[in-house]
Design a protein around this ligand. Structure first.
Ligand code: NAD
Length: 390
């Protein structure tokens, strides 16, 4: 069980780029990072609007002189201070991730970046080499994979409790973009423009969460071929998609089906994962993250609850609230930030042995997400043809 006790040598001096007053995801970062005292928010370039960013930062308790106008000023200011930051989180629109990550690494700073990590696998590979050369960590905030029951699913699959995995059924949908974008806010505008969003809209925005979580649960399975059919129901979003279905063939013969959509009008189900094996199935949704449905063929269905002693050690070890009390998205983000802090701490100590087995969403997870997107786009652009996973 995680109880806030310190698990690293010293708290990280932490800065944020983006995640300002009007940003959607910034508070999730702060919820995750500040929970256990593993990070101290001491600097930031929080906003495109420098004045609003400074005002916001000061209200968060950051010294005014460490609220910078942009990330370049932040790097310049912080790297000349004795007590400069160790790590920078990037919570800005997709098109800025690559340039800011690279600049931070070049300046010797660890990075925690939003997904989708970058636009291309080539960019990911280049940044992975740079991080390796510098001995720095790049964490990626796949914020849903810190839920204890996600790791319960992984442990049950690993123990063979489902038998051979046959079907992977993934869905992340909502209806927030069912209407047109005439009066859309900034967060929709940049998401629906290929220059700022990258090669995809919903596939990268929400589909990469599905893909990474399925990799955590099924690390032994790899996608061999896929078919992606994508469409913009609101034509102004083309060539990007607001809806897509992806069929996947895995190397063990399993079949996958993934649906992402932001035009599923009225739907508030968010994410649903179903893993079907030859003996039993598991189903989990982030709408009810405390509960895991476990169905064994020929037996009554069961609902497993987080924090209960009948769960696997892998799940109990990362539970925070204990059974009977709600455990949710904030707890999941706290685990992600803790795991990344442990990775940074190990990198600072040069502890390669720890890093070899330590689980956290890092540059490889970010790269695999981008690789999956590249394959989806290649298939979709070939009129939804089957493509070998490259
Ligand atoms: P947003 O448009 O709501 O907010 C972006 C924030 O970044 C704003 O505060 C803006 O002022 C600031 N900003 C923009 N460019 C900047 C720059 N160059 N320097 C400094 N600040 C800058 O966007 P959002 O929805 O918060 O998404 C941001 C990123 O987070 C995206 O990559 C998105 O895919 C990702 N995201 C991830 C999750 C998750 O669950 N992990 C959830 C939502 C968004």
């Amino acid at each position: 069980m995680i109880n806030g006790e310190r698990l690293i040598s010293r708290p990280m001096r932490w800065a944020m780029v983006g995640g300002g007053r009007t940003g959607q995801v910034g508070y999730k970062h702060r919820t995750g990072a500040l929970r256990d005292g593993n990070y101290q928010l001491v600097a930031g370039a929080f906003d495109l609007d420098a004045e609003r960013g400074r005002d916001f930062g000061v209200n968060l308790g950051v010294a005014a002189e460490r609220c910078y106008a942009d990330y370049k000023a932040l790097i310049a200011g912080e790297t000349t201070r004795e007590d400069g930051v160790d790590v920078v989180s990037i919570a800005t629109p997709n098109f800025t991730h690559y340039e800011i990550t690279k600049a931070c690494l070049e300046a010797g700073l660890h990075v925690i970046c939003e997904k989708p990590l970058f636009f291309t696998v080539a960019e990911c590979d280049e940044v992975a080499r740079l991080a390796e050369q510098k001995g720095l960590i790049v964490g990626v905030t796949y914020g849903f994979t810190g839920h204890p029951l996600v790791h319960q699913m992984a442990a049950m699959v690993k123990k063979g409790m489902l038998g051979d995995i046959r079907i992977v059924d993934l869905q992340y949908t909502h209806g927030f973009n069912a209407g047109d974008d005439v009066d859309a806010g900034e967060a929709v505008k940049w998401r629906t423009n290929p220059r700022t969003a990258g090669p995809t809209f919903v596939l990268g925005d929400i589909g990469t969460h599905l893909y990474y979580l399925s990799e955590v649960v099924l690390p032994h399975m790899k996608v061999e071929r896929l078919l992606c059919d994508r469409k913009a129901f609101i034509p102004t979003r083309a060539p990007l998609e607001d809806h897509a279905t992806v069929l996947m063939h895995y190397d063990n013969g399993a079949r996958g089906r993934l649906w992402v959509s932001s035009v599923n009008a009225g739907n508030m189900g968010s994410q649903r994962y179903r893993f079907v094996g030859s003996k039993a199935s598991l189903e989990w949704s982030d709408s009810h993250p405390d509960q895991l449905i476990y169905e064994v063929q020929g037996e009554p269905g069961r609902i497993l609850h987080h924090g209960m002693p009948y769960l696997e050690q892998e799940s109990l070890a990362i539970d925070r609230m204990g059974a009977l009390h709600t455990e949710g998205l904030g707890d999941s983000w706290s685990n992600i930030y803790l795991w990344i802090a442990q990775a940074i701490d190990a990198a600072n100590r040069g502890d390669r042995v720890f890093l070899k087995t330590h689980h956290y969403p890092g540059i490889t997870a970010g790269t695999e997400g981008v690789r999956w997107l590249e394959n989806c786009v290649r298939s979709a652009d070939a009129d939804a043809a089957w493509v070998d996973f490259a």
